[in-house]
Design a protein around this ligand. Structure first.
Ligand code: BG6
Length: 440
């Protein structure tokens, strides 16, 4: 466990600190991942003393003692120095994205130096140019190895398992290419609409909010070559190779009816709340395998799945009539995490009747330990200095470059809340609903 750490939450009076960060730090404390020498300092514009700051959270008295509050940036360095001699000061920017660069500059001007680290929430940039400028401004004061860009999808347990599944099992390695895989499909559905984030979302849209970052990270892990080691740099390099090979082939955008009445949304907004995309990865492994991605708000259920549909078996033996379903591998990212391999089996009894049979691995049945919450995992990694689950500067820029041309393009269509829009770009979607109850 790293010693002498100060964690400074900038924007500590906000929602993220209350809902996610302080609870995650509190759980790390309960698990002895951070000790009594750790200082957790809230900083923000609001006026609090230590007691009123601590009282905002539902935490134990022992953990509360680690917390203190300093208003604003001015004098922050001196304040921290009085608390101790810290080997590492980690700043969590729980502040509006427009303030990331200027806040980093203020930190540098305050004199925070080489023992300072930054954790930055998404969205990282609004397009290629803004991401590039932000990277550039951060790099003037902070080394890339000290910058932790969060993509909370990377901290999901079932996402981390993708590389393990692929590279710790020789079984799947030979078939992981366009010769055997007919299509790759990724979907992330949500039932909620934009709720109280209308103003942010209206300026963003689902392609920026979900595809350009979270879902593309999933695609990278699913399709990248094996890295030479698990070092952050080696993993990032392979992800970048995929990002560079991605081509967006088609995109359609939809908006749910009633969106224009949401608080913070412009009355004539053409922002999409659902999008479907067809991509290809133009490299030797994946050329010829179509990739379908769809995601949206106000749909029929909450769930994220990745599916690999294999090529059909030849029209011989059991498949003379060409009716056999192809094999599929489905990664259930959330909820009810697991992996399902859909195969064909003989139905018991006389004659040859075939049916689908699932081979399923479910976290709930295989592992007793609770799955750590994403922020808990990310904060711990940042404290340890492990950048593997964070996004690198180049990744953010290449990804924006690929998706920018699709932003706001094409005719907007509409859908009713609770329905999945369509027909979209393909009628070849895996019936992911079939696997919902597996692992429940
Ligand atoms: C966030 C998006 O990054 O991810 C939200 O800004 C979205 O709009 C959320 O709802 C989805 O995360 P999860 O973990 O609930 O799938």
């Amino acid at each position: 466990m790293p010693k002498n750490i100060a964690i400074v939450v900038l924007g500590a009076s906000g929602d993220l600190a209350k809902r996610k960060l302080i609870p995650a730090l509190s759980r790390l404390y309960e698990k002895n991942e951070i000790d009594n020498c750790t200082a957790i300092i809230g900083s923000g514009r609001s006026e609090f003393d230590d007691t009123s700051f601590r009282n905002r959270f539902d935490i134990s008295p022992e953990f509360a003692r680690l917390l203190s509050y300093h208003r604003g940036m001015k004098g922050l360095k001196e304040y921290i120095e009085k608390k101790g001699n810290f080997s590492r000061i980690i700043f969590f920017m729980a502040i509006p994205p427009v303030a990331y660069a200027s806040t980093a500059e203020e930190l540098a001007a305050e004199g925070f130096g080489p023992n300072s680290y930054l954790i930055i929430e998404k969205p990282f940039g609004y397009d290629y140019q803004s991401a590039h400028t932000l990277n550039h401004r951060l790099a003037r004061h902070f080394d890339e190895t000290h910058i932790f860009r969060i993509d909370h999808y990377l901290a999901k347990e079932a996402v981390q398992n993708i590389l393990v599944f692929r590279f710790a099992n020789s079984l799947f390695y030979p078939v992981w290419n366009s010769k055997y895989i007919d299509s790759i499909q990724i979907q992330a559905f949500e039932t909620l609409g934009v709720e109280n984030r209308g103003a942010y979302f209206d300026n963003s849209g689902i392609i920026r909010d979900m595809i350009q970052n979270h879902l593309i990270q999933l695609l990278c892990l699913l399709t990248m070559e094996a890295p030479v080691s698990l070092d952050a740099e080696d993993v990032r390099n392979q992800k970048i190779n995929i990002l560079k090979s991605i081509e967006v082939r088609d995109c359609c955008r939809y908006q749910y009816l009633g969106y224009l009445d949401e608080k913070g949304v412009a009355p004539d907004s053409t922002t999409e709340t659902y999008a479907e995309m067809k991509l290809s990865i133009n490299n030797f492994r994946w050329a010829g395998t179509p990739i379908h991605i769809r995601t949206g708000k106000a749909l029929n259920r909450k769930g994220t799945e990745i599916g690999l549909k294999f090529k059909k078996v030849p029209r011989l033996l059991f498949n003379a009539a060409d009716i056999l379903e192809p094999n599929k591998i489905v990664f259930k990212i959330q909820p009810s995490e697991g992996i399902v391999i859909d195969t064909i089996s003989k139905t018991p009894g006389g004659g040859i009747q075939l049916s689908n049979a699932n081979l399923a691995f479910c976290y709930r049945n295989s592992f007793k330990a609770e799955i750590p919450e994403a922020y808990q995992r990310l904060l711990l990694d940042a404290i340890r200095g492990d950048r593997t689950l964070f996004v690198g500067a180049e990744e953010t820029e290449v990804s924006w470059k690929k998706f920018e041309p699709s932003l706001g393009k094409g005719k907007l269509k509409y859908y009713r809340k609770g329905e999945v829009p369509g027909p979209g770009l393909t009628d070849d979607w895996i019936d992911f609903e079939k696997y919902i109850s597996v692992c429940e």
